[in-house]
Design a protein around this ligand. Structure first.
Ligand SMILES: [Zn+2]
Length: 115
């Protein structure tokens, strides 16, 4: 799905000297752009795309997307658990331990992204 925002972004990419590729984004199917520094990005997902090279596992090329998805799910759960904690103090210890587990996972993801 290409929306107005995407088209604006694509136009800006072209203006900045990027070239449109024949390849499409593995996630959303938008045409990909190669920036002048050689980086390939998807204007819709608005993030760099890693091409699957011959012999490379698809999962490893998809890693940034998978991690992003995990992060979204964790953050969603975190907000649900904090709402539950707020309304149900009887089970506080289990909520607190759950929150702590989620925060640990998010910290690990941050470390992964920083590496
Ligand atoms: Zn995309």
């Amino acid at each position: 799905m290409v929306n107005d925002e995407d088209i604006k972004r694509m136009a800006n990419l072209l203006k900045s000297g990027a070239t449109m590729l024949a390849d499409t984004c593995p996630v959303c199917g938008s045409p990909l752009f190669r920036l002048r520094d050689g980086q390939v990005i998807c204007p819709h997902c608005n993030k760099p795309v890693v091409f699957v090279k011959a012999g490379q596992q698809e999962a490893s090329a998809m890693e940034p997307y998978i991690i992003e998805r995990v992060k979204e799910v964790l953050l969603k759960r975190l907000s649900e658990v904090s709402a539950a904690l707020d309304s149900d103090s009887d089970n506080m210890p289990s909520y607190v331990s759950l929150i702590s587990t989620i925060l640990d996972s998010l910290k690990k993801i941050k470390e992964l992204e920083a590496s």
